[in-house]
Design a protein around this ligand. Structure first.
Ligand SMILES: *Cc1c(COP(=O)(O)O)cnc(C)c1O
Length: 420
């Protein structure tokens, strides 16, 4: 028992937690395992297996092709729910489709095609790799320059760095609302306003924001956004992503993959491509229904919890991680690699340590705490509010301190593996 922050205080926080009972909505069949990686792959909602089994048996097995009328607009229906419960967007602005990478390509391509006389794309130099690579490819294909804005690994992009780079040659700015590594949270409204002043589009990657922090796409004046449904949204491994296009832009922007699901009057099978008049034009091909379906029971839990309550709990969980890291881990060489102000962080906390890779391995293998490692020396810890208890955070930090104290990690290999 630690004296400075005794375990019973964490238990008291759980007793007072209005979301505590939602933990039962998830499959948790290993009580000793502490899962702090819900920002990478969210837990399995308890309702999902039966929901999918019924869909497979009845929808596919019995209904066969006759089920398509209920399936075909599923991504739009779920998109509307996601817009309402987590994204602050209007009906008809969000759809579940493809992967985040592909959606990013489609929407970035659309923005570039709409701005042929502008030469520059801006991205955070520390942006998630797929975003940077896709933009690099687009820049090369379309003869544009990709400018990588220097940003602090722990604190994120500074607003004045972005403002200094914005001018009338900028076609597109691509940024994550919450940084995948540090968790640094950007002021979306301020970025949108600054970009609008120079006539540039902003494309937000909300992968680490959606389901963790309230996003207000309409109120913040956002143009375009994409994001994952398998992180805080618990849609399952490789669950299809979402894309958002502000209604006012839908009739003019055109995306570069001309598939039949984006075609006006799809089943007229016309000879030439003519995009649908609404959000459908940003679709490509037949949706993976079994994966789309898994997003539905997951969204139901989010809707029940309410994104504001999720954020409130997330703020407190994050503060507990930071407080215990300061008290117990700093003496062992850890330092905070995220903004210290909780309102400038998303749903996870990063700690740096020269041995972070081996520590994260020892933590999982010996201490049964699953977080993850990110280059160069970061340990990411995510206490996803829907299913993580304060006492889980306490126990995880306690075990982490034991690992650091006993240095058992020194016995493990320090070589990167396929997944790090
Ligand atoms: C997780 C993540 C992705 C993943 O993209 P996929 O196409 O699903 O592989 C993209 N961008 C960001 C910022 C992410 O955090």
């Amino acid at each position: 028992m630690r004296d400075d922050f005794p375990r019973y205080l964490a238990k008291e926080l759980d007793v007072a937690d209005p979301l505590a009972e939602l933990r039962d909505r998830f499959v948790i069949n290993d009580d000793d395992l502490i899962y702090l990686d819900g920002n990478s792959l969210g837990r399995l909602p308890a309702a999902t297996p039966d929901f999918l089994a019924r869909l497979v048996r009845d929808g596919w097995g019995t209904g066969l092709v006759r089920s398509w009328p209920t399936w075909i607009d599923w991504g739009r229906r779920l998109g509307d729910q996601l817009a309402r419960h987590a994204l602050g967007a209007r009906p008809g602005e969000v759809v579940i489709s493809d992967s985040t990478s592909v959606n990013l390509y489609k929407l970035a391509g659309a923005a570039l095609d709409a701005t042929p006389d502008r030469g520059t794309i801006l991205v955070d130099a520390e942006e998630f790799p797929t975003d940077r690579y896709i933009l690099q490819g687009l820049a090369e294909q379309r003869g544009r320059i990709l400018r990588r804005l220097p940003s602090d690994l722990d604190q994120g992009l500074r607003p004045d760095t972005l403002r200094a780079a914005l001018d009338s040659d900028v076609a597109l700015v691509v940024l994550s609302a919450v940084s995948y590594r540090s968790g640094a949270l950007l002021d979306m409204a301020a970025v949108n306003a600054a970009a609008r002043e120079v006539g540039a589009y902003v494309l937000w990657d909300l992968s680490h924001a959606v389901g963790a922090v309230p996003v207000q796409l309409t109120a913040s004046g956002a143009d375009l956004a994409v994001g994952c449904t398998y992180k805080y949204l618990n849609g399952g491994p490789g669950a299809p992503a979402f894309l958002y296009v502000r209604e006012e832009l839908q009739a003019t922007l055109r995306q570069p993959i001309w598939g039949w699901f984006g075609q006006r009057d799809q089943f007229q099978m016309r000879s030439d491509y003519e995009p649908a008049g609404d959000l459908d034009r940003f679709l490509v091909g037949t949706p993976p229904i079994l994966s789309v379906a898994a997003v539905e029971p997951a969204l139901a839990v989010l809707a029940e919890a309410g994104i504001e309550r999720i954020r409130q709990k997330g703020l407190r969980l994050g503060e507990l991680i930071v407080e215990l890291a300061d008290a117990w881990l700093a003496p062992h060489g850890f330092s905070l690699a995220s903004p210290r102000d909780p309102h400038r962080r998303g749903g996870h906390v990063s700690l740096s340590h020269p041995e972070a890779l081996r520590i994260s391995r020892a933590l999982a293998a010996e201490a049964r705490v699953v977080g993850d490692f990110r280059v160069p020396d970061r340990l990411r810890l995510c206490a996803a509010p829907l299913y993580t208890r304060f006492v889980d955070v306490w126990d995880a930090m306690d075990r982490l301190r034991d690992v650091a104290e006993q240095r058992s990690y020194l016995r493990l290999p320090a070589t990167p593996s396929r997944l790090t």
